[in-house]
Design a protein around this ligand. Structure first.
Ligand SMILES: Cc1cc(-c2ccco2)c2oc(N)nc2c1
Length: 159
């Protein structure tokens, strides 16, 4: 029922190395055709952190035990009661070689050349906070997948 807020938990992992961020080109499904971090749904019986690690490995072949949560974003779509609660993690400590999966084609980007034009339209708003190590909470109301009607973005001390 509406009283039990309709929320879907998702994860998003951004891997960094000096002056660079690893992004994946989404090859199918939700967000297809856009560069993004690695992530997806939180399944029953797993923690959000376990889901982030699992999706990172499934989508990029990378492993990390050092994921730090740096952001919490609620996404809403006009006409859809399901709110996406996205837990954003980052690390620069990982093992493995980025490898293309059925879902994602990974590529390193210099921070000054991040392809915001082929990313979700909210990214250019909160990436500067993530890149400067500032924890944040955000809310974005989308109309379709390209237009942001309403937004809030706040720096926080703890998530
Ligand atoms: C609506 C929306 C969803 C996601 C998402 C899906 C799975 C994890 O995150 C986004 O990711 C980014 N960068 N913008 C996003 C907007």
């Amino acid at each position: 029922s509406r009283s039990s807020m309709m929320k879907k938990l998702l994860t998003l992992v951004l891997i960094t190395r000096p002056n660079q961020v690893l992004l994946g080109m989404k090859k199918r499904g939700f967000g297809q055709g856009r560069w993004n971090g690695f992530g997806g749904k939180v399944e029953k019986g797993e923690t959000i952190l376990e889901a982030a690690k699992r999706e990172l490995f499934e989508e990029s072949s990378l492993k990390s035990d050092d994921l730090k949560e740096i952001g919490l974003i609620d996404f809403e779509f006009v006409g859809d009661p399901q709110i996406l609660e996205v837990h954003v993690f980052t690390t620069s400590k990982f093992e493995g070689e980025p490898t293309e999966s059925s879902e994602m084609r990974p590529q390193w980007f210099n921070v000054k050349d991040i392809p915001f034009d082929t990313m979700w339209p909210d990214d250019h708003l909160w990436f500067p906070l993530f890149l400067s190590g500032t924890k944040f909470k955000g809310y974005f109301l989308f109309e379709g997948h390209d237009k942001i009607l309403k937004q809030t973005l706040d720096k926080v001390d703890s998530l």
